[in-house]
Design a protein around this ligand. Sequence first.
Ligand SMILES: [Zn+2]
Length: 381
Amino acid sequence: MNFNRILLLRTSKWLLLSLLTSTLVVSTAVGQETQTETDGYLFHDSHFHLTNYIQEGTDVRDFLEIMGDKVGRSMLCGIPLQQQWMHASTGDFAPTYYTQTDAPLYYYSFTDAAIAMAYRSLTPEERLRFDPMITGFNPTDMYAADHIRRVLMTFPGVFSGIGEFSIHKEFVSSKVAGEVATVNNKALEGILDFAGEVGLPVVFHCDVDMPFPLPNQDPYLVMKLKELFLRHSDTTIIWAHVGLGRVVRPVENQLAMVERMLSNPKMKHVCFDISWDETAKYLVRTPETVKATADLINRYPERFLFGTDSVAPKSQKKYLEPYDIYAPLMAELTPKAKELLFKGNYERIFDQARIRVRAWEKANVLNSAKNQRITPEADTK
Ligand SMILES: [Zn+2]
């Protein structure tokens, strides 16, 4: 059998599997058993960055090789912020990460075009493994939703969701040029409303607290976030890293806070990703934290997603590290919770998104001549 024939056979198997998976998962309501996976993949990656803070990264074909037979599907985003190389600050030293310089970060909208073109460079079969995301908007800008619409119109058939974008992020928020992002910014309301209208799931980064709160300081963000989520019940929101960061520790009774959201019938649209090795270090710190985290996931298995939060990985070994760190947690999960955390929830959310976003595009790109605005017309008289 020649190579092309083998490729064709493998491709049709994948296509068939994908179609089968989509149909089964879409028709599976939350709370029911999903099918038992037989594809052999370890996980689908719900949080992945192809490029870094200076917009350089892994070629998407190399990333496919890195995913190999270990990772089935992945969301695909760049990073919406660009670290400026300010000669006055670092001279000839070229910073590649935001912690290396005091120079500001700025929103880099071209990231969306770069991701779209990377995706389009793949064959139709390869594209089935990716869910590209729109990130290149400024979340304090009332025109942000217009940017998202424009990206969908320019690259129909490509994007599945928006994010990861950040509101409060340790060491990042205060470096971004211009207005600082906040949870109660009206522009954010517009972004989440539009995402809900189109059916774009949102990967949303907002630290649960400040990096170094004083003792007894009120974790005021928790309440604001809860109110924000409640105002957008038509939007699927994936709260990245359960709000944790490099130094942003869990707030007091963090798991109880998360459980209050999970048990609230008005917050079924909110899911949590446990991506990032920095998040893992809190969740698997002791046998007690492992047990408590596993216990919560076992009781609400439809609400958690695994992601690597890997940024422009160079090798499969490095890429899979966050997965490996979670081994103690996996050992405590029920088979159903494990399947949903690593694959089932991704399939449910992103398969649904593909259907809804394509339908929105079909309805809107066709009469796109007007290049409509979402934000209200400003009074220019
Ligand atoms: Zn991330």
